[in-house]
Design a protein around this ligand. Structure first.
Ligand code: ADP
Ligand code: MG
Length: 549
């Protein structure tokens, strides 16, 4: 089939986007359900993080794909609000379907939605609450709101504390430059071993081919350490310029060993002459060199990534040299402290540049690599949200309170708008209430009764009434008091992006197939989504995404 025309194409697009929205909806909020994601390589991830889910889904419908793209942008720009974006887009499309049925023109709907979104932006600034950027408790509340539901309450609280501590460690004059923060995932321990350390954490052996056994000769801690950075290898190949040497006679072997020894001694000599205590090398270091260095009291770290070398340079003032023969004491830098530490199966070097060098690392522990990676995603979102809160100093009430307030405002505003767009604005208000409705349902409350109650409370001027899902029993109440706060930008971007995504699908009434792969289907099943690397196990008929490809 060439593609669908007119209304059919539009209906098909809307249906696909709505199906995606329905599937993701169950994960919204702290009481949202977890999803089990199984990718084609057999990797299994359990998560209820919207960004993580859509990132891993193998979307096969272009309309659903466009929603995913918008959601992915939300995640990369503000670090939170992904599920909300998709739920809202789905709700706007559901409303649009009804409007189309009653005969409202698609462009009228899109115009009405745009008017509503513009109004929302203005109203949001009135609903915003300023936060004191120095108030740790408020920041922890923001962090908690972003991460609740990802773990149990105790773990969320713990990680909220750690992420705030990490942000504080790198904050300067109310600016949080996340480039100063290293997130290091080290599996094999409990979450509660997660810690914030001052300085950079450099992996000493994750990619090393030789097992590292801490040399008993070299100390674990170096104070005021002279640091050298070598953007090369400390192996014999460099010197000989060839990979193999043929050694035929005992004399040859003797000669080679002599030569080898000379080269190694030269390496070590250059390094010790420069006064080095710790040397980081971008490539490998021959065992003999490491051994000789250890004997000379120098800690040698091999296979340090290029970006880490650069960070080390910034932290210590050292300049990476292209070859060890170029190394002089002018190229070295100083670290306040370098510590070698064993973290289960991983050995790391912690390099603290000292006062004035704001580098901090979050050493994220926990379970398996996948569990720890998932945790990293979530704390990354959290860092985003925290840096925004500190930078912008405003938050809005979460738990659906803001959406209810915005809906109420839109219903008033709509009477000022003449023309049929009014109907679309009314529908937009209804769509916003899908957030509290979904949160209520996840908490086991009756969605209709909840909306009625929330509207009444807001009508009485209580703009901070929403869902409180922080404890076992869900209830309606003051969300600010409960500390359910999120950066205004999360809500603003979520609504704006959902509007854009919905408008796009409402306006499009023709699908032109530019690549025809399969004449029996209207959908391009070969569509390969750039974010997707796995199928999702879901109790649906596999539409609009592929089931376990
Ligand atoms: P998203 O992908 O949008 O971040 P989440 O699953 O994180 O989706 O859900 C976010 C929603 O949950 C927001 O509306 C937020 O205000 C709300 N929320 C977070 N914590 C609470 C809480 N303790 N009580 C009620 N709602 C909460
Ligand atoms: Mg969230």
């Amino acid at each position: 089939m060439q593609g669908l025309d007119g209304r059919d194409a539009q209906a098909d697009n809307i249906a696909a986007a709505r199906a995606l929205s329905e599937a993701v909806k169950t994960t919204l909020g702290p009481k949202g359900l977890d999803k089990l994601l199984v990718s084609s390589d057999g990797t299994i991830v359990v998560t209820n993080d919207g960004a993580s889910i859509v990132d891993r889904m193998e979307i096969v419908h272009p309309a659903a794909d466009s929603i995913v793209d918008v959601a992915a942008q939300q995640d990369s720009q503000v670090g939170d609000g992904t599920t909300s974006t998709i739920v809202l887009a789905g709700a706007l499309l559901a409303e649009a379907e009804s409007l189309l049925e009653t005969g409202l023109h698609q462009t009228t709907i899109a115009r009405g939605y745009t008017l509503a979104a513009d109004r929302v932006r203005e109203t949001l600034s009135e609903l915003a609450i300023s936060v004191d950027p120095d108030d740790d408790e408020q920041l922890r509340a923001v962090a908690r709101t972003a991460i609740t539901g990802k773990w149990d309450r105790e773990a969320s609280e713990f990680l909220a504390e750690k992420t705030v501590a990490a942000v504080r460690a790198i904050e300067r004059d109310e600016v949080v430059d996340l480039k100063r923060l290293t997130r290091k995932v080290i599996p094999g321990s409990s979450y509660y071993e997660t810690e914030v350390v001052d300085g950079l954490v450099i992996d000493m052996d994750s990619s090393s081919t030789t097992p590292v056994s801490p040399d008993p000769d070299s100390p674990d801690t170096f104070e005021d350490a002279t640091v050298a950075l070598i953007d090369d290898q400390l192996t014999i190949e460099t010197a000989s310029g060839q990979g193999t040497v043929s050694l035929e006679s005992p004399d040859d072997r003797h000669e080679f060993r002599k030569y080898e020894r000379e080269v190694y001694d030269r390496y070590v000599g250059r390094i010790t002459d420069a006064g080095t205590d710790v040397v980081f090398c971008q490539k490998s270091i021959d065992d003999t060199v490491r051994h000789l260095l250890a004997k000379a009291g120098v800690l040698a770290v091999e296979r340090t990534r290029q970006d880490e070398l650069e960070k080390l340079g910034r932290s210590t003032g050292a300049t990476p040299v292209g070859t060890v023969d170029d190394l002089t004491d002018a190229d070295t830098g100083v670290a306040h402290r370098v510590e070698r530490r064993d973290l289960g199966a991983t050995e790391v070097a912690i390099v603290d540049g000292g006062p004035g060098v704001d580098q901090a690392s979050l050493l994220l522990r926990g379970g398996t690599q996948q569990v720890a990676d998932e945790a990293k995603r979530v704390v990354d979102g959290c860092f985003h949200v925290l840096s925004r809160t500190i930078g912008e100093g405003v938050v809005v009430p979460g738990g659906g309170a803001t959406e209810v307030a915005l809906a109420q405002d839109l219903r008033e505003y709509e009477t000022d708008v003449s023309g049929r767009e009014q109907l679309a604005i009314e529908s937009f208000a209804d769509a916003l209430e899908e957030i509290p409705r979904t949160l209520a349902a996840s908490g086991g409350l009756d969605p209709i009764d909840t909306i009625v109650e929330l509207r009444a409370s807001h009508h009485d001027g209580e703009q901070t009434t929403g869902l409180r899902l922080e404890s076992e029993s869900a209830r309606i109440g003051d969300v600010v008091e409960a500390g359910v706060l999120q950066p205004s930008a999360v809500t603003e971007r979520a609504i704006a992006s959902a509007t854009e995504a919905a408008n796009l699908l409402v306006r499009v009434d023709e699908v032109v197939a530019v690549t025809r792969k399969d004449d029996d289907h209207g959908h391009d099943h070969d569509h390969d989504h750039s974010h997707g690397h796995g199928g999702v196990v879901e109790g649906t008929d596999g539409y609009p995404w592929a089931l376990g490809h």
